[in-house]
Design a protein around this ligand. Sequence first.
Ligand code: MSP
Length: 636
Amino acid sequence: MSDKSYYVTTPIYYVNDKPHIGHAYTTILADVLANYHRLLGVPTWFLTGTDEHGQKVQQAAEKNGLTPQQQCDQTVVRFQELWKRLEITNDDFIRTTEDRHKVIVQEVLQDLFARDEIYRADYQGWYCVGCERFFAEKDLVDGNCPECGRKVDAIQETNYFFRMSKYQDWLIDYIETHPEFIQPDFRANETLGFLKTKKLQDLCISRPKSRLAWGIELPFDKDFVTYVWFDALLNYITAIGYKRDDKKFNQWWPATHQLIGKDILTTHTVYWPTMLKAMNVPLPKTVFAHGWWLTGRTKMSKSLGNVVNPMEMVDRYGVDAFRYFLIAEMTLGQDASFTEEAFIRRYNSDLANDLGNLLSRTVNMLGRYCDGKFPKIGNSALDGAPEKELWDTVQQAVVEMESSIDTMRLNAGLTAVLTAVRKVNQYFEIKQPWTQSKEGKTEEVGITLALAAESLRVCAALLYPVMPEKMSVLRAAFGLGKPDPKLLRTFGVIKAGTAIKETTPLFPRVEFKNEEEKPVNTEPVKVEGVITYDEVMNVKLRTAKVLAAEKVEGADKLLKLQIEVGEEKRQLVAGIALHYTPEQVVGRTIVIVANLKPAKIRGVESQGMLLCASIGDQMKLITVDGELPATGAVVK
Ligand code: MSP
């Protein structure tokens, strides 16, 4: 690998498993990292694939009356289709049943056997079918598999072994002198702890065909096939031309990031490096182990029925939102919890309210106040203090995002971008382009909207690797194509006169029309007379100013009010005529329910509901204590 290339891999997934959120996560993470590097102009290679040999596939094939290869061919499609649906941009997809892999595995075995790195011996041990691994008696927990807790079978047979034990001291030293090799640090300590306290055994790398026929045949003994992990780990190099295409191999190897879940740490930080050492191949730069996705606080498992199906999530909420949630929610290395409720909360707040809304507001106002064209702004656009502050926050997001890729803290990078997005929303409240326009300050309106659009341009570029589809739509609104990282620090990229494109809401808010539509596994328990936080947050309370008021003819209790809510004008009918005259309410700041479905009251359209305090026959308007710079303020 040259310093300037990036090679990222995912584990190759067992083809008999149904893809779930865990598989989707590792693959999306690899995709996001690959996208960032491609965007930065770094030559990038992204590999994923499927692990197709072993007992589980053989058993599934027998059960379904298929050959093992037919079984694989049928089930591999589930992964390939999911990756397509999730906008995964892998450069290659390796299947361990392909000739390009099998032939090289055999060459590696032959070479290691010839050099006495592999030897034949009799073996007695305990075998776990689920994990496809042998364990020594002393490693069993209550007589069961130490990894998964299932029953193990006593096995006595002749097998072939890789001299892994002789590399124990070398491996300890390598890990200690290469802190970047196992990430995060605490995972390196986990492997070191194990290496320093237990004697490493030689690794059994064969299975007699009489017990398992579905595997790569040992080139030096036709009665045996290769142990599935020895076969599978080699995919990372067979796919890039090891022993066949030196140019390609040297361009990508050593891999930059080998992403794995914490469940397969030992195979990737003990078996894999010792295998490579024996083969005289350099080690990958970093094996990065992420944590588990849990359902709430519980491990996902088929028997508990709490496994999240990525396809369902994507069908319901869209690919980009799903990708965003997974990357934003998990602190790399630690476990994270998935609930549909948390998903919806983050979706509504980050994507629908903050980002999506900001785009709609900006596009609408450019349409209304700038004739739908990007305004011409001078060099002094960044002179004002609020402008400077906003642009600084946006630039801070650029810095944070760049460093978060290097340090694998992508969620922190996304937080910084969302902070910048919120800053633009605050900036609007300070500058009030709707007031600027009313006051005829055309140039100032132009600056305000240009600042917002330029900030959105940069934020969309930073979010592009995570949400390529939606961010393309966002950028297209300003006549922009694929982001260019060279322009992240430049102000004034959108050309004056660019026609602004109207967009449909990027992330429509997720509302539940009724209780049945709520996600089943996360439905809160209903308590009589109590409402949930989400229900409160669904009610949008806003301040408004009464611009004009008059009585509704033929209805003595009703006043018809013309109000201003932020940049919007609305009409509202309120039952306050017995307590307030029209003159008494004009000019007052009131509080309204802004997202009430419009209705006709006595034939008069009413868009919202005004809040009053009432006791007995007394009624008082709810108003704001003191002045706020604008109407439309959120009441919470
Ligand atoms: N075939 C082996 C890997 C061989 S790599 C040379 C394997 N396959 S697997 O289908 O079981 O996939 C394991 C990987 O899926 C984990 O390492 C992790 O990347 C991902 N996940 C599976 N379940 C997960 C969660 N609940 N949470 C997060 N990721 C997990 O092991």
